[in-house]
Design a protein around this ligand. Sequence first.
Ligand code: IPD
Ligand code: CA
Ligand code: CA
Length: 258
Amino acid sequence: MFSKYTQTCIDLAKKAGENLKIGYNSTFEINSKSGINDLVTEYDLIAEKVITNELLILYPEHSILAEESGLNDNKSDYQWIIDPLDGTVNFANKLPIFSVSIALKYKNEIVSGCVYNPISDELFYAEKDKGSFLNGKILSVSKCNDIKTSFLVTGFPYNVNENPLNCLETFVSIVSQGIPVRRLGSAALDLCYVADARFDGYWEVALKPWDMAAGKLILEEAGGKVTHYDGSNHNFIKTSIIASNSLIHESLINLVNQ
Ligand code: IPD
Ligand code: CA
Ligand code: CA
């Protein structure tokens, strides 16, 4: 039913996820990257190796963009986009909200994607024009059409203390209007939770392609909408994201840009 590429996303997300689960139940090394709270554990690196080693065997001619090892550019129309552990701070603190995210981009379009939380054993996956699924169940976004009664999720960048792009003001403004907002710590899961109607909308800024690529396809295939803050088509060039069940999209854009 699915392409070999989608099956590869699923197989490798599960394989990397098994490694993360072993790590989660053990002790491991934690280091800082861009700042004291921007962490990388030895399991970020192990999970990424599991994925990239296998991709190099399966599709040696493809390009790979992976968070910890960067871009391996083979000038191919196919590019794998990998976040081996999305939610590292949660993982490092033994909070079971994290995921493996693997997507395949063909030319300018994400065509396959998988996000896996190995602790809850929730496997989200999608293929372009074939729908999105959670452990075999078809996903469909919520029917909420009033932003005032919506349930939202967001996130903050590691340098939030420098307050890039007014993200704190935006957060305070939305919460002050009485709208419930959560901050879970894995952008990939945030997008999947909108796809599964747990949330009605999501916004964040200063994200990287690997945070969003698989989740964007999963949400769009579930009937959701994904744009940048200015409402333009999401093409991963800008770092902002507004994602919703489609119905509240315009209202969420207005709210975030207030
Ligand atoms: C982070 C998570 C988090 C988001 C951060 C990301 P990482 O990714 O997706 O939810 O708020 O901006 O950097 O570092 O855990 O892979
Ligand atoms: Ca990430
Ligand atoms: Ca990561």
